[in-house]
Every structure is written in C-alpha cells, then in structure tokens.
Design a protein around this ligand. Sequence first.
Ligand SMILES: [Zn+2]
Length: 490
Amino acid sequence: MPVTRRFHAEFAWLSDARGVHPSVESDVLIEVSDGRFTSVIPGVPVGAAATDGALRLPGLTIPGLANAHSHAFHRALRGRTQTGKGSFWTWRDGMYGLAERLDPDAYYWLARATYAEMVLAGVTCVGEFHYLHHGPGGTPYGDPNAMAAALVYAARDAGLRMTLLDTLYLTANVDGTPLSGTQLRFADRDPDAWASRVSALAEQSHARIGVAAHSVRAVPAAALPTVVDVAAGRPMHVHLSEQRAENAACHAIHRATPTQLLADNGFLGPTTTAVHATHLDDLDRAVLGDTDTGVCFCPTTEQDLADGIGPARALVDAGSPLSLGSDSHAVIDIFAEARAIEMHERLRTETRGHFDVAELMMAATANGHRTLGWTDAGTIAAGARADLVTLRLDSPRTAGTDPRAAAVYAATAADVTHVVIDGTTVVYDGRHATIDVGSALATAIAPLWLPAAVVPASFVMPVPFDPGGTDDSPTAHLDQPITAERPDTR
Ligand SMILES: [Zn+2]
C-alpha cells in the first residue's frame, strides 16, 4: 500500500501540468502518494480539519528545479582557477589537471558531494554531460562504463534524479587535430565503439540515459549522424557556439556555422538541446527555433569563462524552449542562473523588462525537466512527480518580498529549507537528510589538489555499483542512514 503524505504550503507556485498559466496561491494542501501528487488544493486555512497531519511548509513552495547542464567534476575547480587575474587558460589547465587525477572511486565521492550541494539548492534532477570516460592515456577501465556508473550511483546516493548524457568526444579541433594528453581520457576509439559502450548503459528508476556530441570541435561532421542514431529519440545535447573561436574554426573548414553544420547532419529537433548558444547569427536563431531545438543557458559559467551573452530573448521568440544549467559549478544556484538571464539582457540592451518571472520559472523547472526527458516533472499539479522546493520568505534576502517574485528576484540557494523528490523528503530545515554537504565536498576535493605522493591510489566505494540493484524507488535508500564514509586518508 503506498503511503500518502500531505503538505500544507503557506504559498505555492502552481500551474497546469505543462507548467503554464502559473499563479501563486496561499494555504495550499498538497497530497502525495507513491511519489506523485494526487491532489493540490489552494485556500485550505490553517487549522482546518483537512490539514490534520500535514507538514506545514512556511514560505514559498515551488516545483523541483532542473539543472540541465552539469560537469560534476568541475566543482573541484571552484575558487582554484583564478591564478593571477585568472584567464581561460588557467581554468582549462586546472580542469585538465583535475581530470587527470580522477578515477571512478574519487569521482563517485566528488559527484556525490556535488549532487548533494545541488539538492540543498533545490535541484531535483540533473543533466550530467559526461565525457570523462576512460583511464589515463584513454585506456578503458575493466568496466568501460565505470565512470558513468560512479555518476549514476552518486546521484542516487545524493537523492536526486539524473539524465546521464554520455558524450562523444573524438578530436581536439574542427580540423580533425588528434587528441593528446588528458583529452585522451575523453575519447572512445571511434563512433561505433562509443555507440557500443553507450548501449551497455542501463537506465534505473532515478537515472535515464541520453547522449551528447561534445561540440563541433570535438565531433567530426561525419560522426554526427551516429549520435542521432544512438539517441533514437532520447535527449541529445551539444555545446554550441560557446566561444567565437569555435565559429571561426567551423567556418574555415565547413563554410558553415556550427548551427548550420548540426542542421545539415540531422542533429536538431525537439529532443535536442543546444547548450550555451552564445554566438549565433540571425539564421542560426531561426533554424534553432524552426526545429523546436531547446537552448540551455548557463549564465554564471558564461560569466566565469568570459564567453559572452547569448541571445536568450531572441531564441525564445524564435521558438526554442529555454532551460538552465550550472555547467562548471562556479556557482550552484538556479535562482542566480534565472535572474542572470534577464540581467544579461538588460546589460546588453540598456533596457529593462525582457522576461517575466513566469518564463524564468518555467526555464528553471518544467522546461529543464523536459529537456532531460522527464516530461512528468517540474510542476505542482495532480499526476506529476512529487517534487517540492520550499524557500523561506523571512531571511535577510527574502524578507519583505512579494512571493510572486521572490524566487527569481530575491532568493539564493541558501534560502531553500525543504526539498521533496519523488515524494521523499531529502532536505529538511536546510540540511540534507543523509549527507553533511560541506564536509563531503571538502573531503572529496582536498586530496585532488594535494601532491600525488600523499594521496592514496584510490578510494574505496562503500558498496559496488550494481545496475541491476534494488533501487525500486529513487530515494528509497534515504530511509536508511548512509553510514559508510570515505576512510581517513591521512
Ligand atoms: Zn558544458
């Protein structure tokens, strides 16, 4: 018999099941059974008999946030790539140095802590754009999907859903320059070897499988149709025109923009998401919109890497659904990403008022889930997956704000007090149910920056990853405390 749980939200962001026609209602009684909303009733006063036994959620409760673009291992770069003033190259050198040191066990601990930070920030589903596949020199692990398994297992243990976007990465540049050094770890032998490895990835109740082409820089045009074939209608992502150099290199070889090259190879469409989509011309925007291709903006990373400001308003007007991601995790705060979409447009145009709050909330919730293939999540409506994110409205940041605007124009991730994912409470009173997140991040990251001699060769995972395991509910394991911690390495 499914357990029925009830919540009573002071304010809740409601909409229809697609996330449109939103409104903020007060005293909303929310009933959950078997991981889904069974009823959502506004205007039930405190003290009414119907609220007996319901958990009161003070503040504003919104749908689960989707982080549609993540590279989990980049979290270890936060605050460590600003050598001198910090250039793109200090960042990339740091990223490659870090990638060189990760193995499946170390990656499990890092990703588990990173995903737990996401959960604390209200993220209920992550899109992991996964390209760190193999061991040093590109040698496959005994299980060639060991790194993917570490990520899937980490998401489960942090308590959120994921779509693992297994990424094809073959070349160093558009001209076919071969990979070298750390990049060899990203590459499969050829597109068919990649397809074969991806076919061995098993979905779980909390984890779906999608695919990605890293970029037109790292995937030759001739290999793009293979990615489309392997996707077979599942989510398919690609980094698109993040920096001008990619456009110039693509034009020099193909006499086409990256967008045109993708279109010519059948890569665009409603299950495709173009990440960044920063440096586009008029035709690119029209092609993306006409094909219903989604766009995922990652403004805090785009700020950090000095990428530029993408044409968010024009893309949405052209027909591309907008989603959001924290990408390199310089910041993990989807409210900051949403706010920056509007703020970047203001800075670029010197005018205010490009997106309304409802559009930005849609990008952060329903659109993000849809771009990851979870079409039944991201709304508080009967029948949808029971994700709830509650923000306090009495913090120094949110006190005195209008609940209708608080999430986008006042709150930060630190204002999240309560998170429910698929009906299970994962964050209570601002704390993760099973993970001390600050400590978990510190112990996962610190060894990665120590001299190799003082770091053990590998860390021991508490339980072997088992794709055929017993996770009939994505967060069922949270009912038992996770006691195994990484052994003391000193
Ligand atoms: Zn990225």
